[in-house]
Ligand binder design. Structure first.
Ligand code: FEO
Length: 172
């Protein structure tokens, strides 16, 4: 049986993942409105991935016979000054999420909950990828600067992103 402390902490993480989904949906809508359909596509897939992260945690609570509690989702910003500003905000947000996942793992270790530690391993690897991707786009956008053709090509590249079901959900 999952401890009360871990159940509460994982429910808080579910809320954080759903807030992340809401943030990226807001970014997707903003860039769709600004005529960047590729960047909008990239954030729309990010929106789906964050919902998947919440689902993985919800499935885990259900599997451990713990109760999922869905709390209200706080509001998000709706305007970003540039693609660079949005990816900088993405990196800063993902760094916060990494810290939350690390805190969860520290709690699972403290409570000697090996199943939760195992479940969190996928998220620990995923966070490395999330931060690396955002950092890569920031590097590219810093090089592009105000170059219109560069931004056009960047948008085109992000249009090619496709959604893939994450491995913990593909097994279900
Ligand atoms: Fe669910 Fe982007 O971390």
């Amino acid at each position: 049986m999952l401890s009360e402390k871990l159940t509460k902490a994982i429910n808080a993480q579910i809320n954080a993942e759903l807030w992340s989904a809401y943030l990226y949906l807001s970014m997707s809508m903003h860039f769709a409105n600004k005529g960047y359909s590729g960047i909008a596509n990239w954030f729309a897939i990010q929106f789906k991935e964050e919902q998947d992260h919440a689902t993985i945690f919800m499935n885990y609570l259900n599997a451990r016979d713990a109760k999922v509690i869905l709390e209200p989702i706080a509001g998000v910003e709706n305007t970003w000054e540039s693609p660079l500003a949005a990816f900088a905000a993405t990196l800063a947000h993902e760094q916060k999420v990494t810290a939350l996942i690390n805190d969860l793992q520290a709690l699972a270790v403290e409570e000697k909950d090996y199943a939760t530690q195992n479940n969190l391993q996928w998220f620990i690897s995923e966070q490395i990828e999330e931060e690396e991707t955002a950092r890569g786009y920031i590097d590219a956008l810093e090089k592009i600067g105000d170059n219109g053709y560069g931004l056009y090509m960047f948008d085109k590249e992000l249009a090619a992103r496709v959604y893939n079901t994450p491995s913990p959900l593909a097994k279900n």
